[in-house]
Design a binder for this molecule. Structure first.
Ligand code: AMP
Length: 281
């Protein structure tokens, strides 16, 4: 595996890889890799495809009071994991390579990025859309793989890829969870032992609300109960627990089509997100 940090080196390595015409797959990450990321890498490797994994902690997707400085950085260990998994290139640009002096362009997706995390984290999805567009132009993959853990992010990416006619197949993979059900996340490293136990209330509250809604209970009551359960387990502030159209992410008051139940809340200093499918029976 080659670890590359500047564009000329990346371009030349990608050109060499592409010369055998096998598809090239990109897995964008912010590092501090866990089994959720590695499931994406494993999928990328299927059928002997070439794989580029990017690690870039993107300042533009963090708000001024968020955890950019504290975000876990473990590149040496990440590189070992990626090498063992058969990755061809680790693309790890510096902030100066990604955003050189004079950088002035922003990719902004309206509608689908306005609610949920877009409302709770102003500017977040502009940062995501901008960096993912740049990663696509830098690596020029045939396929890019993302996790459903960041469900709205995946929807935003699908939107601009379609809108901008980018010739890239977007694949979304199911959320990988710890044995007890907590979604794997680099941010779980922030949790104390006690918080780690309390964190389970998030998938449990979503699971309970899903059961109620699929049984035909009123959506509003099920969401209120989930919020109350999170608060009782020490979560706060709770940004949202919301039932949304699975494709457009418009809020739904009645389960009359495939939906997604999404939640985001802080536990101590750590902001956790999770989501599950809710389907009309
Ligand atoms: P991040 O490093 O958190 O930006 O995540 C990089 C990619 O890994 C994104 O596409 C995430 O959705 C995906 N990802 C993160 N956690 C998980 C998980 N638990 N299961 C599946 N994919 C994940």
């Amino acid at each position: 595996m080659q670890t590359l940090r500047d564009l000329p080196a990346l371009r030349s390595a990608v050109q060499t890889l592409k010369s055998d015409r096998k598809p090239l797959v990109l897995v964008p990450t912010m590092g501090a890799l866990h089994d959720g990321h590695m499931a994406l890498v494993e999928e990328a490797r299927r059928h002997g495809r070439h794989v580029v994994v990017s690690i870039f902690v993107n300042p533009r997707q963090f708000g001024p009071n968020e955890d950019l400085a504290a975000y876990p950085r473990r590149e040496a260990k990440d590189a070992q994991m990626l090498q063992a998994a058969g990755v061809d290139i680790l693309w790890a640009p510096t902030v100066d390579v990604m955003y050189p002096a004079g950088y002035a362009t922003n990719i902004s997706v309206t509608g689908i990025s306005d609610g949920l995390d877009g409302a709770a984290r102003p500017g977040h999805f502009d940062g995501v859309a901008t960096v993912v567009t740049k990663l696509f132009n830098q690596v020029r993959p045939d396929v890019a793989i993302f996790g459903q853990k960041d469900y709205q992010q995946l929807a935003v990416i699908r939107r601009f890829v379609a809108d901008l006619n980018l010739p890239i197949e977007i694949v979304g993979l199911p959320t990988q969870r710890a044995e007890d059900g907590l979604a794997l996340s680099s941010r779980n490293a922030y949790l104390s032992e006690e918080e780690r136990k309390a964190a389970l209330a998030l998938p449990r509250a979503l699971g309970e609300a899903k059961r109620q809604i699929e049984k035909g209970e009123p959506v509003e009551g099920a969401l209120a109960q989930a919020i109350a359960s999170l608060a009782a387990h020490g979560f706060g502030p709770i940004d949202y627990v919301s039932l949304c159209d699975a494709a457009t992410l418009e809020p739904m008051a009645v389960l009359d089509r495939p939906a997604r139940l999404l939640g985001a809340a802080k536990l101590g200093k750590t902001r956790l997100i999770d989501n599950i499918a809710v389907d009309p029976v």
